[in-house]
Design a protein around this ligand. Structure first.
Ligand code: NDP
Ligand code: 8X3
Length: 258
């Protein structure tokens, strides 16, 4: 892998305090990148910093940030110290699901949270970061979509709609950036064991564990591998999409359990 393509590059990862975002931070650190880590749990980010530096990160900058807060997002990006302004790779990973209920019965607050985070939050960060990339004529936006953006499943329609939006926004950004050297990638994983299901089921850990029972899910590191692959292609290669499923999963709702 031509990992030296990431040496001293600046990478902003949203949702870096857990799961896929944290695994991406670890793998970008191993490749010698400088990391801007964003999440609401800033203390977690600070606790992770020494291990990322030990893994090889150039420098690490922690941002306590709620991506749903439009003003906070633009202010946080504008207020980055000069040495952190040159963002080369943006990993739009912050996201969540809430509930698994029929549309006619679901809690509307769950919808607000998913739409605000997965769609509007991703857009706010993109809108704040991409103009600088265009100005510098360099940059790569990597969005974390999902199998849920390709296939709708029972009780998941709003989460699925947000990930279908990520797919449309990724395609649309690439269209709008045509004629620039900027690249856009949508990574679409199937089941990955992280804190995702604990968040979906509002802390019901038994229900969360049952999602992965009897099957081997993807790990956060598997997704980070795909992100690093996309980020390390030569500049003329744009990996538009990577759709990856566990071997035990063949579609959103088709899972082989032993
Ligand atoms: P985790 O719950 O482990 O991680 C989610 C991350 O997003 C956390 O770091 C969390 O940080 C952050 N986050 C959530 N809301 C906000 C917010 N408002 N502002 C800033 N950060 C936020 O789940 P995953 O790692 O699994 O999820 C990462 C992404 O991958 C999501 O977009 C998810 O939809 C997607 N995905 C997950 C799959 C899976 O099966 N796990 C499969 C396909 C896609 P904090 O709470 O500190 O703010
Ligand atoms: C997360 C994977 O199948 O729970 O996007 O939607 S799934």
């Amino acid at each position: 892998m031509p990992a030296d393509r990431l040496l001293n590059r600046t990478v902003l990862i949203t949702g870096a305090s857990s799961g896929i975002g944290l695994a991406c931070a670890q793998q970008f650190a191993q490749a010698g990148a400088n990391l801007i880590l964003a999440a609401r749990r800033q203390q977690r980010l600070q606790e992770l910093t020494p291990q990322l530096q030990q893994a090889g990160a150039g420098k690490v900058h922690c941002l306590g940030l709620d991506v749903c807060d439009r003003t906070a997002v633009s202010q946080a990006i504008d207020a980055l110290p000069p040495e952190w302004q040159t963002i080369d790779v943006l990993v739009n990973n912050a996201g969540l699901s809430r509930g698994l209920d029929k549309q006619q019965e679901a809690d509307i607050q769950d919808w607000e949270e998913m739409i605000d985070t997965n769609v509007k939050g991703l857009l706010y960060v993109t809108r704040a970061v991409v103009p600088g990339m265009v100005k510098r004529q360099q940059g790569h936006v990597i969005n974390i979509g999902s199998v849920a953006g390709r296939q709708t499943y029972a009780g998941g329609s709003v989460y699925c709609a947000t990930k279908a939006a990520v797919k449309a926004l990724s395609e649309g950004l690439k269209i709008d950036l045509l004629g620039t050297p900027l690249r856009v990638t949508n990574i679409e994983p199937g089941l990955v064991e992280t804190e995702f299901s604990q968040v979906r089921f509002h802390g019901d850990n038994d229900r969360a564990a049952s999602v992965y029972q009897g099957m081997t899910p993807l790990t956060a590191d598997d997704i980070a591998d795909a992100v690093i692959y996309a980020a390390t292609r030569p500049p003329h290669v744009n990996i538009s999409e990577i759709f990856l499923l566990p071997t035990d999963q063949s579609a959103a709702t088709l899972v082989h359990r032993r």
